[in-house]
Design a protein. Structure first.
Lengths: 345, 365
């Protein structure tokens, strides 16, 4: 059964099943990719990444920096795009780069990166190329061979599988060292009894998605575009974060003028509409999104931003309903709780 | 549709029971915990009676799950720092003794939380304070002491006006702390026997002097001399923020008689000490006075009972408030030490008439 699931997961990114290692999720996959690659790279000391990566990339990089590795973080443009030329410049003729790690689609604003030009440069420089595709797989077509990456992170629960399952595509096992040591599971690349239930669900989800795509992507993209058009009409000054084209079909990141995102989030939750903020924490310390700040937004704008995600189960009727609810909530929150000076700091 | 009430929840037993009572009464309860300070850094085992920790919020969340109402943590750190903590520090630096709980109620719970409540279409805001609100025969709302006199917190709530009282609920006002704990146990709330929180939530170790020193620039700290009423230097001190009028301990003076802080002079850095009988003042002046009923601000003398510290009993006095929100209060008998910066709250029987912040003691004239 595990091998059926492995085959299904491999198929959605065009990989060989033997190149798929099951993990506990995107975070573990990113940790395995980064620490595994840097452990295997005995000599090289340099990592190239960007300022807008997921925390499961940024935190391992910060840790490696503390341990003496050099980390180069490329800044995005205003739409959250990482210019391939800047990555190529950073790789340059430097033979010390061990790893290039970049997200294929940004988790907060949905910008899809143009990573194809990096394939040969990484090969030429002898650097391992890791792509965090946790947000992209199942939403846009992703192919490990077309991207030419060495490692790719996949997440199960982002697609509707239960939390606790993910995968790492490993092109050549020699390129990374295992970071979880123990039994010989997953051909020695990740010790520990595999999560069979999770993997089975993951496999079933991606197989279903493979059948639905690309029609499903188009359907969701149309719904998202309809929602954005209606919100923009109803909310003067509403800003879309990220590009109009070259984005994930299901994600809208919007800056609502004159309101606190936290307040909007709670007000929507009470109306039965689930939206999210860039980086909220369970203990109630809301920090402005590092992605939006890196894209040049002010702290105040970052605090006024919300992410709206659509899924395969989102219907046109639901979009019609939220297109009415959101402007009403915005008007009410803006009138009742104008942003205070303290809160915008 | 039932009325919606935003309940401020700290994770402690009082606000938990307050929320549970309202839920049982059929209100559409929305629980909100306010993150006011950063996560406490002390090891879990050593924490007692702090607030704003992840554990406290989880306690509140458990109550919300048990009683089946929505619960959110909201981030008011910036507002709390700007409106409560900065004021706390500058008051101490200025030689006064602030009351941050009053400021927090005024600036955070009944201002920022109120705005949030409006944004969430709430009809009421509720807290676990021990105080009562009654809709009187005159058709107006009155703020009254709690039924449990030993827990009464009406002192901290004097800034509430009629409009706020009309939309505020204090479900614990009519019951005792013992009953609250019993209710919590009966409801199966996990925090039924949780320890009381301490007085100043954002100074977990209680060392407020060190807190003030950390939060201010070295040149703001006013060190100086401890002197007696005749101007004799008795000792040196490290800063006026370390003293409170009426304080006896920690003066670092060994004399035959017991000496108390009588006056703090922030400009010169002098702290004047005197024997107890010299501290008694005939009255005080107060600033930033607010009254539940504005008609009392007529400039006429009104008999009241005044409470000049939370733990002091209210004493009879004559009060006169002018239109500039300034009060002069004369005690009927001689009063206790008057501490600038503390709240003075006016009562008539059980009813809170209003209050202000003590400016200075009246001289004996």
């Amino acid at each position: 059964m595990l091998e059926v699931a492995r085959g299904q997961v491999a198929a959605i990114v065009g990989a060989d099943p033997r190149q798929i290692v099951f993990t506990s999720g995107g975070t573990e996959s990113n940790n395995l990719a980064i620490f595994g690659a840097m452990t295997a790279a005995t000599r090289r000391r340099r990592i190239i990444s960007s300022e807008i990566e997921h925390s499961s990339i940024l935190a391992p990089l910060a840790e490696l920096e503390r341990r003496g590795f050099e980390v180069v973080r490329i800044a995005p443009d205003r739409d959250g795009r990482i210019a391939p030329e800047r990555v190529l410049d950073a790789i340059g003729s430097n033979r010390d780069t061990a790893l290039v790690t970049l997200g294929l689609a940004n988790s907060e604003v949905g910008t899809v990166q143009d990573l194809a030009p990096l394939k040969s440069a990484c090969r030429d420089a002898g650097a391992i190329f890791h792509v965090d595709a946790a947000q992209a797989v199942g939403r846009i077509g992703v192919d490990v061979n077309a991207l030419g990456c060495d490692l790719m992170t996949l997440s199960g629960h982002k697609l509707g599988a239960p939390a606790g399952i993910g995968a790492l595509y490993i092109r050549d096992p020699a390129q990374i060292s295992s970071t979880t040591l123990g039994g010989p599971q997953e051909t020695g690349r990740r010790a520990g009894t595999p999560n069979l239930l999770g993997a089975t669900a993951f496999g079933a989800v991606v197989e279903a998605l493979l059948d639905l795509m690309p029609a499903e992507s188009d359907r969701v993209a149309t719904l998202a575009a309809t929602l954005f058009a209606r919100l923009r009409e109803a909310i003067p000054g509403l800003q879309l974060n990220g590009p109009l084209i070259g984005r994930l079909p299901n994600t809208l990141n919007l800056t609502f003028p004159g309101v606190l995102g936290e307040s909007m989030l709670i007000a929507h939750d009470l109306e039965g509409v689930e939206v999210s903020m860039g980086s909220a924490c369970a203990a109630g310390a809301v920090e402005p999104s590092h992605v939006l700040l890196a894209m040049g937004r002010s702290r105040a704008d970052a605090r006024s931003s919300l992410r709206i995600s659509l899924g395969w189960n989102t219907t046109a009727a639901e979009i019609d309903a939220v297109a009415k609810i959101i402007p009403n909530v915005w008007r009410r929150v803006a009138a009742a709780e104008p942003i205070s000076e303290a809160a915008s700091r | 549709m039932s009325a919606r009430v935003i309940v401020a929840m700290s994770g402690g037993v009082d606000s938990s029971v307050a929320a549970a009572i309202l839920r049982e009464q059929g209100y559409d309860v929305v629980g909100v915990a306010m993150r006011l300070a950063p996560e406490p850094s002390a090891p879990v085992a050593k924490r007692r009676g702090t607030c704003c920790s992840h554990d406290d919020f989880e306690d509140a969340r458990r109550v919300a799950e048990r009683m089946d109402f929505p619960f959110y943590v909201i981030d008011l750190r910036a507002d709390f720092a700007a409106r409560v903590v900065d004021n706390f520090v500058s008051e101490y630096i200025g030689g006064r003794t602030p009351n941050p709980c009053v400021m927090c109620n005024r600036e955070i719970k009944f201002d920022r939380l109120w705005s949030r409540a409006n944004a969430l279409q709430a009809d009421f805001v509720a807290t676990g304070h021990y105080a009562r609100i009654e809709n009187g025969p005159d058709g107006r709302f009155h703020l009254l002491r709690a039924a449990d006199n030993s827990k009464d917190q009406s002192y901290f709530l004097f800034t509430l006006g009629r409009a706020e009282l009309a939309r505020t609920l204090f479900p614990l006002g009519a019951i005792t702390k013992t009953e609250v704990r019993a209710r919590a146990r009966a409801l199966g709330l996990a925090n039924a026997d949780k320890a009381e929180s301490q007085e100043i939530c954002f100074v977990p170790d209680g060392d407020y002097a060190r807190f003030v020193e950390r939060a201010s620039a070295p040149e703001q700290i006013r060190a100086g001399a401890i002197i007696d009423s005749a101007g004799n230097r008795l000792a040196e001190h490290a800063g006026v923020h370390r003293f409170t009028v009426g304080q006896r301990r920690g003066l670092g003076i060994a004399t035959g008689e017991r000496l108390y802080v009588r006056e703090i002079r922030p400009q010169s850095g002098e702290v004047v000490v005197a024997p107890r009988e010299f501290l008694d003042a005939p009255g005080l002046t107060a600033e930033r006075v607010s009254l539940v009923d504005d008609s009392l601000a007529s400039g006429a003398e009104v008999p009241v009972e005044v409470k000049i510290r939370y733990r002091h009993p209210a004493i009879p006095a004559m009060m006169r408030v002018d239109s500039s929100r300034h009060a002069e209060v004369r005690f009927i008998a001689s009063g206790p030490a008057v501490t600038p910066g503390q709240a003075c709250v006016f009562y008539r029987g059980d009813e809170v008439l209003g209050g202000g912040f003590i400016e200075r003691a009246l001289g004996a004239d």
